[in-house]
Design a protein around this ligand. Sequence first.
Ligand code: DAH
Length: 340
Amino acid sequence: MEQKMKALRAQMEEKLSRVDSREKLASFWQEFLGKKGAIAEMMKSLGGLSKEERPAMGKLINDLKVQAEERYKDCSERMEQMEMAARNRKEQVDITLPAKKRSTGNLHPITIVKNEMINVFLGMGFEVFEGPEIEDDDHNFTRLNVAKDHPARDMQDTFYIAEDILLRTHTSPGQIRVMDMEKPPIKVLVPGRVFRSDSDATHSPMFHQMEGLVVDKGITLCDLQGMLDRFVQQIFDADVKTRLRPSYFPFTEPSVEVDVSCFECGGKGCSLCKHTGWIEVLGGGVVHQQVLRNCGIDPEVYSGFAFGIGIERIAMLKYGINNMGLLFENDLRFLKQFKD
Ligand code: DAH
């Protein structure tokens, strides 16, 4: 019997040394420690021994059983550590790898500039109104004092939808809509898309304008220039000033073309200002008395100024963009440069 136990112990050690998986460990248990395992079998065979031999032999078998259980436990713990180590290896994060970038979009440069322009005027107490892009002849032309035979009505410039319905050619009809709704004091901005049948390197059939209108008692051209000075200084972030040149628009009298002193060279002359020191930025003037009358506002009591700014023009100047097409092609390589 002792011989048998020795052999069994050796067999156990040999088997354990080859355990490298949970399955093998389980089969070790079954083979030696299970109900029908080798140790249980030996216990049963105690019955065949004499009374004197039995206790000593029983103790030996029991010791072997305790030993087998301990070895089983050790092996199981080792297995657990191995599994854990394998898992850790597998789940290891290489912190030197470049992170996955979550790409976010950004506002279109036209929107950025439009918002900036609105912000400057909001700071001066303006409100924002948005008129319809499909307008009637009356708002777009007639009530703005654009006579029936004015060249601006030429089919070449205007996209007509029906006889008297068109895509607005400027944001100025917004002036009429505001004056129909509100009585002075009025201080409003009308940003939006406008349309003209015109397309080349510096013109697009769709572009953006921002109209400004102020109507109150005692408003003069000086008020216009004062506000525009503030506007150009903030928008171009430079100590610039404006200059008014006489011009003509049917809806203003007098009318002016507004230049800004060159923010690139400080007025000395450079390629941006074509060596004149000045850059043309917008048109404006004192609201024509007939326009006020067309909206039921008495020009003997009230006066106003208005202006229209091309948003693309400001964006191109501000960012040094020399091709207007870039603003509409929506090439991401271009657009991504405007992330704040
Ligand atoms: N509507 C004009 C245009 O599109 C721009 C303009 C000029 C607007 C003078 C005005 C203004 O309000 O007073 O060319």
